[in-house]
Write a protein that binds this ligand. Structure first.
Ligand code: GLN
Length: 214
């Protein structure tokens, strides 16, 4: 399988590694630029995006990661990971940096302070409508939502009901996938399996750059 890294600065690193491995990837943690060079795809977990921005800078990973994303590295960001990948962030700190790999505007902590966390069943285009059909339980934890997308961005899921009905919570643009929610906590691996397939498509056709295949 493709070699997929999980950025291991914050968040549910172990759960992401397990879900990717169960989906056929060879997995590794990424904390240094050398480790980033060796992966065909990268998962950016949840956490706190302003802290993650700071850690990426301190560990000298920010520029290498920006470069690899600009070169087409497949990436999947969950929650704070979605925020990091976005091109425009609302309600963040002025010094927070982001990777600008996905042409979307996200609003941090968008679902409000009263309802910091909630769960709902989601239909996700290309993910819950395949052979393994049926809605997916989605867990939102102080989550962002996607306020708007560029025309090149595919909207994969919207909140089906409640006060946030219609809000965009899963998107894809080329090799970059992002969800507002945390699929690593439910044991349903379909989002991870979808990402592993994305990476497989890219690394199968365009094998090489920075990758040592053993
Ligand atoms: N609220 C966090 C942020 O703004 C994201 C929360 C999460 O990743 N679960 O970065």
């Amino acid at each position: 399988g493709p070699r997929i890294g999980v950025l291991a600065l914050q968040g549910d690193v172990r759960e992401h590694l397990a879900a990717l491995e169960a989906s056929g990837a060879r997995v590794t943690t990424v904390r240094r630029a050398g480790e980033l060079d060796a992966v065909d795809g990268l998962v950016i977990p949840g956490g706190e995006s302003t802290t993650m921005s700071h850690l990426l800078t301190v560990l000298e990973l920010f520029e290498p990661l920006s470069r690899r994303l600009a070169d087409g590295l497949p990436a999947y960001g969950s929650c704070a990971g979605m925020i990091m990948l976005a091109s425009t962030i609302l309600d963040t700190r002025p010094d927070a940096r982001h990777l600008d790999a996905l042409d979307i505007t996200v609003r941090r902590n968008a679902f409000g302070r009263q309802v910091e966390s909630f769960e709902t069943d989601l239909e996700i285009a290309g993910i819950t409508d395949g052979a393994d059909a049926g809605p997916m339980r989605a867990v939102f934890i102080r989550a962002p939502w996607v306020e708007s997308v560029a025309p090149e961005v595919q909207v994969l899921a919207r909140v089906p009901d409640g006060p946030a009905q219609g809000r965009i919570v899963a998107v894809r643009q080329d090799n970059v996938l992002a969800t507002s929610f945390h699929p690593e906590v439910t044991g349903d691996h379909r989002v991870h399996a979808y990402f592993v397939d994305m990476v497989r498509e890219v690394s199968g056709s365009d094998r090489g750059v920075g990758t040592i295949d053993t």
